[in-house]
Write a protein that binds this ligand. Sequence first.
Ligand code: ZN
Length: 314
Amino acid sequence: MKIAETVTFGGSGLDRAAHLRGQAAVIAQQADAQIVLLWRGKPMVQDGALVRVAPGHAVLDDASADMIFLGCEDGPVFAADLSAWTPQGDAVESLNSFLDASLQEHPAVAGAQFVELRAIMTQLSPRDAEIAATARAVFGWHGSHRFCALCGHESRMAMGGWQRDCPDCGGHHFPRTDPVVIMLITHGNAVLLGRSPGWPEGMYSLLAGFVEPGETIEAAVRREVFEEAGITVGDVRYLASQPWPFPASLMFGCAGAATSTKITIDPAEIEDAVWVTREEVAQIFANQHPKILPARKGAIAHFLLKNWLADRFD
Ligand SMILES: [Zn+2]
């Protein structure tokens, strides 16, 4: 798919400068270093752009010592984690809701706010989106991988955040990303949509699921669609991918041709699945469908459906 990389989080060609990761602690002190800020996975944003501060800025007094070296723009770019800081007030209650709408302000950076990444992902520049997604994913991995998977000893961040080393057994561990297939399954003029329990009323999207060990992307598409909706799938074609750091997925967007049409849902996995015609999908995007709301803008499901409608899968 020619326009694959125009998807949100599709990448901006950031120079990740992996050869400098071993010196990250030194170059973090360079005067031209820029540091983006995250609080519990939420980037600090002002006027639709990531806030970048210089080394020594007062806000960094509340950051953990370990920063992630993200790469080089004009100078080196780092991400600092302020998760241990407690904002004033009680604006944290919606953190675990479907979409956290709360905003947090740090007194050292006037006018800027920590914002849920999914709420602003379509407003950020491709560069800022790549930086925010990468920082969120890597900090998330550190947060859930504090202990060595080989011996259980507490491990330490190394290589600018791209590794954890175990001081006890010498093991090295690297940030992981989980492959997920998300598939636009068609039969003639219709596409298969489904919804999970707990989603906002009316929200439908493409079916998706984790790729299992020992499985190809194509096999995962066929298995997930059959498990969730009882539909058999023939040809499968890769279209586009999207890093999805909520917390650590890489979405593989695929097209698949259904070879059956009778839907039998697995209620343990999804709440409903329906065939929707091309005309209805146009209605959904125009917010004129009586029952179905569009997939979230910025998510690859939205991207695939829009481009299917526009016949741009070449
Ligand atoms: Zn160990």
